[in-house]
Design a protein around this ligand. Structure first.
Ligand code: HGY
Ligand code: MN
Ligand code: MN
Length: 409
């Protein structure tokens, strides 16, 4: 058992096969949640799991569970998985690595005829990214009891289509009630999406926890007016006001180094015409920190600053909090299992706190959870240039294999 290793070539060709679905001109992938491309990726995954002899179940939020039976059907499964949906200009590996490495673990157990005591399950969580439907990690959030099913199913995208309608349209509105399924433990393998492991030349990140984040939607209302005759001093320019607010959001991250983060990633300007002073601007806010008290202080300070900035620019402002993902520390036993697996395999490793949110955060509310990181080139992700080497995928999948075996028996 201890000499078991995954098949690196098979894992890599599965990753490259999946990357063809939604392939973008600069080498990345664009498979937004609940689009036809998301369905295509899901269908491919389900076919591969069925070919590997798994039984596949889909729950009411579209989460997919592919189970390899264990000797003792009464035992809860040792589960793993991640997501297949991507950012609009995403990479080939964010989420997908964790899903296909889980499948590779099952394929390896099949090849070697290993029977585990507990069942082993590979999951795909719906809409991890949250760019088309907010909040992110919505379906694992229902599974973990963070959101009600209705909250997530009723959310609409910019075209007014609801999550529930789109889930049914692609054929993944499953019968099982989301959250009924129980895990013995859950492991998620993921690329780090930041520079820490590469800089430290560590092959494996033993993830001890995940930083928290708060997302807001901000609307700024000024007054549409003519760009020509309207004097500068009488304008109520929503674009100028929003531009100043973007600086405040970024400053909120800079004011709390080294972990503080502040980002505005999305902005909609109305009427969006060259010669009309914009009367309305909507933008997103994403602030993060590993310490919940500091994150709360960041939020409090920022909202005050945004409101006083609005007053100075004589515009109105509405701020709605749309997501709060609390910082979490993972289960000691699972974290240790990841560390021991990396050691036994002879991989250099270090403890790390995740800067990105993951479905594992929500699952950790209902099961013991561990995460495994591998580095990615220049720490770049949510970018078409996202890149890892085959041997890095192999490293992550081998640690996942042995962490799972440690628990599945
Ligand atoms: O936003 C996040 O951290 C994750 O990538 N959805
Ligand atoms: Mn991800
Ligand atoms: Mn992502």
């Amino acid at each position: 058992m201890r000499n078991l290793r995954i098949d690196s070539g098979r894992l890599w060709s599965s990753l490259m096969e999946m990357a063809k679905i939604g392939a973008l001109p600069n080498g990345g992938c664009g498979r937004l949640a609940l689009t036809d491309l998301d369905r295509e990726g899901r269908d491919l995954f389900v076919r591969w799991c069925e070919e590997a002899g798994c039984t596949v179940v889909v729950d009411s939020l579209g989460n997919i569970f592919a189970r390899r039976a264990g000797r003792d059907p009464a035992r809860k499964p040792v589960a793993t998985g991640s997501h297949l949906d991507t950012q609009p200009h995403g990479g080939k590996f964010d989420g997908v690595l964790g899903v296909l490495a889980g499948l590779e673990v099952i394929r390896t157990l099949n090849d070697t005829g290993v029977e585990t005591e507990a069942p082993v399950e590979v999951c795909v969580w719906t809409n991890e990214e949250g760019c088309r439907f907010t909040p992110s990690m919505g379906s694992s959030g229902v599974f973990g009891g963070v959101h009600s099913p209705e909250e997530v199913l009723e959310v609409r995208d910019v075209d007014g289509k609801s999550f529930g309608e789109e889930l049914a349209r692609i054929g993944y509105a499953g019968a099982e009630r989301c959250g009924d399924r129980e895990f013995e433990t859950f492991y998620e393998l993921h690329i780090e999406q930041g520079p820490i492991l590469e800089a430290a030349k560590a092959q494996v990140g033993v993830v001890t926890g995940v930083q928290g984040f708060r997302w807001y939607d901000v609307s700024v209302h000024g007054q549409d007016a003519h760009a020509g005759p309207t004097p500068m001093e009488v304008r109520r320019d929503a674009m100028l006001a929003a531009a100043r607010m973007v600086q405040l959001v970024v400053q909120a991250g800079r004011d709390r180094p080294p972990h503080g983060r502040g980002t505005v990633g999305h902005m909609r300007v109305l009427p969006n015409s060259r010669n009309t002073i914009p009367g309305e601007v909507h933008f997103s806010v994403d602030i993060r920190h590993p310490d919940p008290a500091v994150l709360d202080a960041m939020a409090g300070d920022l909202l005050l600053a945004l409101r006083s900035s609005a007053k100075e620019d004589s515009v109105d402002i509405e701020i709605n909090e749309v997501t709060y993902s609390a910082p979490v520390s993972f289960d000691e036993g699972c974290v240790a299992a990841v560390r021991v697996a990396a050691e036994h395999l002879g991989y250099g490793h270090m403890d790390v706190v995740s800067g990105a949110g993951h479905d594992a955060v929500n699952v950790s509310r209902v099961a013991p959870v561990g995460m495994i990181f591998i580095p990615c080139a220049d720490g770049l992700s949510h970018n078409e240039q996202e890149r890892i080497e085959p041997d890095q995928a192999e490293t992550g999948a081998n640690v996942l294999l042995h962490a799972i075996l440690d628990r599945a028996g």
